[in-house]
Design a binder for this molecule. Structure first.
Ligand SMILES: *[C@@H]1O[C@H](CO)[C@@H](O)[C@H](O)[C@H]1NC(C)=O
Ligand SMILES: *[C@@H]1O[C@H](CO)[C@@H](O)[C@H](O)[C@H]1NC(C)=O
Ligand SMILES: *[C@@H]1O[C@H](CO)[C@@H](O)[C@H](O)[C@H]1NC(C)=O
Ligand SMILES: *[C@@H]1O[C@H](CO)[C@@H](O)[C@H](O)[C@H]1NC(C)=O
Ligand SMILES: *[C@@H]1O[C@H](CO)[C@@H](O)[C@H](O)[C@H]1NC(C)=O
Ligand SMILES: *[C@@H]1O[C@H](CO)[C@@H](O)[C@H](O)[C@H]1NC(C)=O
Ligand SMILES: *[C@@H]1O[C@H](CO)[C@@H](O)[C@H](O)[C@H]1NC(C)=O
Ligand SMILES: *[C@@H]1O[C@H](CO)[C@@H](O)[C@H](O)[C@H]1NC(C)=O
Ligand SMILES: *[C@@H]1O[C@H](CO)[C@@H](O)[C@H](O)[C@H]1NC(C)=O
Ligand SMILES: *[C@@H]1O[C@H](CO)[C@@H](O)[C@H](O)[C@H]1NC(C)=O
Length: 597
């Protein structure tokens, strides 16, 4: 059977044309990183299909190195580079604030819809303010140098980027507003908003630069850096459609049993040093003691190895050399959850497609019917031997889904070239087009967020393969940057972590956000039920995923159902407290005629 039927290939093409939200990523496979390479073959298809509103782009020259006192950045430089920004002053009236939206780890143009109709527009109009989008260094076109070598990346540190933002606030003169004093706190209150990584960024700006930023809104702000972020998939597990979740857990558990048994052949813990273990094949008592991660001992060692090959082959992926590379393909399934959105135009439907595939009661891929015997025999070699009849259909549809969404043109490439994440040659590329290097460098050095399966507690079934462990997911750190030690998460967490709080710092999170576990609203964290006040708003949006309050609609796009009431409520709340903060600033500055226009 060929790897891709023409129907599957068509589905794959369709997928690449869908909008791709620019949201915070955990580790990503090379095949995804390739899409971020400028002028790369996939470049066009990763751009949102939605029109980007046209705002003129400006830049401010800022220092590359704000910390000549810190040896981390040696050798120091006095260079400057152009930091891009966009703004909309159409609602501005004297006394109004500057609403600065931090763009975070993406091309700033991806944030322009927030200037036109998202939260920045909403807050600016409500307060007669100026809305601004500021790009983050090393993203979009705000590059200090013309390459992304480890040497020049040394200035890519969140501390430096926050210093850029403070420098921007204290130095920018907006074209057309040259006569207006917008000096932070003296001329105007500056309120910084950020979603996701930029949300943590906004929170930290308020704490580190309280005299520059009068207030801050941290939406889905990941104020806690975590190396082994296995919790990434907890939101799907707890809030996702349960039939889909349970099926995924079962299918991956079955696959893991086969892969781990194969990996551990010869391992005494699994097979014992007694060759008679194989003779126990048909006994009931053939599992490891661990009740969840049972590794069945059906057949002998070479049978276990054969089953690994059969498993890959039944997915049409028999030529993938490394088991963890194969496991990473099976682990893509629920990743789309983060990109679900209440706005249909921003919503990535992949998650829904996946769930519809594995919970379908009928065969969606009739061409796979001659693989059912292999599927059944594989399942019989796992702890799911009693459930073979019930699992055959979901398993076959899962195979079909994997093939439809992971096409590989084998006349051009080997399967390893399509799917491996072990490729030092790829990782060594460091020219300016290798955009994937920026966020990877940030998580390898500071933030972590490797979403492993291995870290999931043993009494729980993961939604990704347990073969995804820290060692595998950190290959990129070693190969791309020569980094062999864990990231310095303390450099982030010392700024407050789960407990971060500050006057006029709002913490807003989504109940079902995969990043919630890295925010002050993380389940089980002591402060997660702190009261919400106007001074320190603390809001959890019911049912919401990733910084859903940041998105908005034009008036003529609004319907009875859209935006949903939960989003309307959150945004109205933000308007209320920001209006109060601005009024408080005006109160503080009454009589200070020099500072106002
Ligand atoms: C930055 O802005 C200046 C005008 O202030 C302009 O001359 C220059 O071309 C801009 N640089 C970039 C890289 O866009
Ligand atoms: C460098 O100076 C900044 C203040 O400008 C300070 O916050 C920081 O701690 C100093 N760093 C070191 C390594 O001394
Ligand atoms: C940067 O400027 C300072 C002050 O002018 C000077 O002392 C220092 O040598 C300069 N550093 C470099 C690397 O040029
Ligand atoms: C940023 O995105 C815009 C479209 O949204 C695109 O035209 C531009 O090439 C991108 N810039 C980079 C450096 O990728
Ligand atoms: C990268 O850019 C830096 C700064 O311009 C330069 O010194 C260095 O030689 C460049 N490295 C490569 C490999 O191009
Ligand atoms: C797998 O590798 C073999 C041997 O190189 C090759 O003949 C075959 O076409 C490959 N199959 C796929 C699906 O890539
Ligand atoms: C199955 O998944 C494919 C690929 O995502 C998708 O195109 C198709 O619509 C899905 N089928 C159903 C019934 O949702
Ligand atoms: C696969 O690659 C070959 C050679 O480049 C090309 O002719 C063919 O159209 C490709 N097939 C698909 C389905 O893209
Ligand atoms: C490794 O990456 C290089 C550069 O992208 C590519 O040419 C090569 O085919 C890749 N090899 C494998 C096995 O993926
Ligand atoms: C909605 O309003 C905007 C201006 O606010 C306009 O550009 C757009 O064409 C309108 N769309 C429709 C469908 O009327």
């Amino acid at each position: 059977m060929r790897f891709s039927s023409s129907a599957a290939a068509a589905a794959g093409l369709l997928l690449t044309a869908l909008p791709t939200a620019s949201s915070l990523r955990t580790w990503q496979p090379i095949r995804e990183l390739q899409k971020q390479i400028q002028d790369g073959i996939y470049h066009e298809s990763t751009l949102s299909t939605r029109d980007t509103p046209a705002y003129p782009v400006y830049n401010l020259s800022v220092p590359v190195d704000h910390f000549h006192n810190d040896s981390r950045y040696a050798p120091h430089v006095n260079d400057t580079f152009p930091l891009r920004y966009w703004f909309d002053a159409s609602a501005y009236q004297p006394g109004g604030p500057v609403i600065l939206l931090a763009a975070g780890e993406t091309n700033g143009t991806n944030r322009l819809p927030f200037l036109e109709k998202g939260i920045a527009a909403r807050l600016a109009r409500a307060t007669n303010g100026i809305a601004v989008i500021l790009e983050h260094r090393y993203y979009g076109e705000s590059f200090p140098y013309n390459n992304l070598t480890t040497e020049t990346l040394r200035f890519l540190h969140t501390d430096q980027a926050m210093a850029d933002t403070a420098y921007f606030a204290t130095h920018v003169v907006f074209p057309g507003l040259e006569g207006v004093d917008l000096t932070p706190n003296a001329g105007a209150p500056w309120i910084v908003y950020g979603g996701s990584y930029a949300g943590a960024f906004a929170a930290f700006l308020r704490v580190l630069y309280p005299n520059v930023f009068w207030g801050a809104i941290s939406s889905s702000g990941v104020t806690v850096a975590i190396y082994d972020y296995w919790q990434y998939n907890e939101a799907q597990r707890l809030f996702g459609p349960q039939e889909c979740v349970k099926t995924t857990q079962t299918l991956l558990h079955a696959a893991d049993q086969i892969l781990l048994a194969g990996r551990q052949t010869g391992d005494e813990d699994v097979y014992g040093d007694d060759d008679d273990a194989a003779a126990a094949a048909d006994d009931d008592d053939i599992y490891e003691e661990n009740p969840v991660d049972q590794i069945p001992l059906v057949g002998d060692r070479s049978a276990a190895t054969d089953r690994v090959a059969q498993l890959k082959t039944v997915f049409g992926l028999g030529n993938i050399t490394h088991d963890d590379d194969f496991a990473s393909v099976l682990s893509d399934a629920l990743g789309g959850w983060q990109e679900t959105n209440w706005d249909p135009a921003e919503n990535n439907p992949d998650f829904g497609y996946y769930c519809a595939n594995v919970t379908a009661k009928t065969s969606l891929y009739p061409y796979l019917k001659d693989r059912r015997h292999t599927v059944r025999s594989l399942l019989k070699a796992t702890s799911y031997r009693e459930d073979v009849d019930a699992l055959e259909q979901p398993f076959l549809n899962f195979i079909g889904w994997v093939q439809a969404t992971h096409t590989c043109n084998t006349t051009e490439k080997t399967q390893d070239q399509c799917f491996t994440n072990r490729n030092a040659t790829f990782f060594e590329q460091d020219d300016i087009t290798q955009h994937w290097r920026a966020w990877s460098y940030q998580y390898c050095t500071q933030w972590g967020y490797l979403a492993t399966g291995s870290g999931v507690p043993q009494d729980q079934l993961p939604l990704v393969s347990r073969l995804l462990d820290l060692d595998y997911l950190s290959i990129i750190c070693r190969n791309a940057f020569g980094i062999t030690t864990p990231p310095d998460v303390e450099s982030v967490n010392k700024l407050g972590g789960f407990d971060i709080s500050y006057p006029r710092l709002a913490i807003i999170d989504g109940e079902a956000d995969p990043w919630r576990a890295a925010t002050p609203h993380a389940l089980g964290v002591p402060g997660a039920d702190r009261p919400s006040t106007v001074d320190e708003p603390f809001l959890l949006i019911p049912g919401a995923v990733h910084h859903w309050d940041e998105y908005g609609l034009l008036e003529n796009e609004t319907t009875a159902e859209l935006p949903p009431q939960t989003i309307r409520d959150a945004q109205a709340n933000e308007v209320d407290f920001v209006t109060q903060w601005v009024a408080d600033w005006n109160g503080q500055n009454l009589g200070d005629d020099d500072g106002r226009v």
